[in-house]
Design a protein around this ligand. Structure first.
Ligand code: GTP
Length: 379
């Protein structure tokens, strides 16, 4: 989220509290207003203002519920500024409703209301010029302009005081805004760092695919979901063949190059939703949600062929890696990942003993009517 959008959220969040404060305050002010205007006028003012409040709260709520993107921020700033500006206009209209040239209390009442409005909004709306303008223009005009309606030295002094107060509030608002912007920037930087740390903690640094810990946790979730819905789920264990020889001949770094190339070749053949992780060393696991046995065997065969087709040049020598794959399917009796992993492991070792560079399917997965797990009845 861009900083300006975050600032708009902050503004809306703070003003959403108005839904508790603004309507009762409107009624109190309307009651005070009846000291200077006929009751009907005060009721009309309060009725209009309550409608305006209802409208800006509706606009704020729609804003909060929508997934607003940074590019939509200027458009939303306009809508919010207009909705809130109408509210400020309504308050400033008190000048016309309540001011009586001969009544000092009416003047104090109006000035206090406008001082409050200016002080409250200057700090929140500073980040967006549209908000600042529409929030401030009417209260400022009322605060500075009202005493000038009857020109004398006292009223001129009041007007200057109003101008000074507005300038001070804008200055304070700028300062508060600078601090809140810095806080928002720090929060965003923290979020990015946390995401990076989480991604680093879940990834294998050499191959870039997920690590053992993440794979096991994700596989466990997939397994529970598949059991719950009675969906098929396939698991394969993939192991590089004679990898020790590669390491012995070309060293650990040469071996690393081969590992990365094999993973890259395999990743090309995965669907989104498949979970491919490095269990450790030259051993990998691949979980295929919603896959039947023929689909899983087909995928395994594609991975095997993709690896077999690799012709790598490691330290000037040609290396042609191969992999052995053991495949199994979720069975009705599988309550945890370990039984599936064990069967896939046994199938992978069978592939090794049968001569490597092949796909072997676990016998249980081949047994009739055993392919899919029974849905687990939720009690
Ligand atoms: N380069 C590299 N080698 C690793 C890494 N992790 C484990 N190994 C090596 O992988 C090799 C695994 O060898 P073995 O378990 O004997 O298996 P293999 O030689 O592949 O033989 P088979 O599995 O029976 O085909 C060992 O030499 C480990 O040192 C790694 O991150 N990088």
């Amino acid at each position: 989220m861009g900083i300006r959008l975050a600032q708009l959220h902050l503004y809306v969040d703070i003003h959403l509290h108005d839904r508790y404060l603004a309507p009762p305050l409107t009624l109190v002010v309307a009651a005070l207003l009846t000291n200077w205007v006929p009751v009907l006028h005060a009721v009309v003012w309060a009725g209009l203002e309550l409608l305006i409040i209802a409208n800006y709260i509706r606009v704020y709520r729609v804003f909060k519920r929508s997934d607003v993107q940074p590019r939509d921020e200027p458009q939303w700033a306009n809508r919010i500024a207009l909705a809130h500006g109408a509210h400020m206009l309504a308050w400033s209209s008190l000048v016309f409703w309540a001011w009586q040239p001969e009544s000092f209390p009416s003047l104090i009442f109006i000035m206090l209301v406008h001082i409050g409005l200016i002080a409250l909004t200057a700090s929140m709306s500073n980040a967006h010029l549209r908000l600042l303008t529409l929030d401030m223009i009417f209260p400022v005009l009322a605060l500075i302009g009202l005493p000038l309606l009857e020109l004398n030295w006292f009223n001129l002094g009041l007007s200057l005081l109003g101008g000074g107060f507005t300038a001070l509030m804008i200055q304070v608002g700028r300062q508060i805004n600078a601090y809140s912007t810095e806080a928002l920037q720090l929060r965003q930087r923290n979020e990015i760092l946390i995401q990076e740390l989480e991604s680093q903690a879940s990834r294998d640094s050499l191959t870039g695919i997920v690590n053992r810990r993440y794979f096991l946790a994700a596989a466990d979730k997939h397994l529970q979901a598949a059991r719950e819905h009675g969906n098929p789920l396939a698991l394969m264990i993939i192991d590089l063949d004679h990898f020790k020889q590669v390491n012995d001949q070309y060293g650990h770094l040469g071996g690393d190059e081969v590992l990365v190339a094999v993973v890259d070749a395999c990743v090309q053949h995965l669907r989104t939703g498949d979970c491919f992780g490095r269990l450790g060393g030259e051993e990998f696991a691949l979980l295929l949600p919603d896959s039947s046995l023929p689909e899983a065997l087909e995928t395994a065969e594609r991975l095997r062929q993709a690896t077999e087709a690799l012709v790598l040049t490691v330290q000037g020598n040609i290396v042609r890696p191969t992999i052995s794959i053991g495949v199994t399917l979720l069975q009705a009796g599988d309550s945890s990942l370990s039984s599936l992993m064990h069967r896939a492991d046994l199938a992978m070792y069978a592939a090794k003993t049968q001569g490597r560079n092949r796909v072997v399917c676990d016998e249980q997965a081949r047994a009739p009517n055993q392919g899919a797990a029974e849905p687990v009845l939720q009690t």
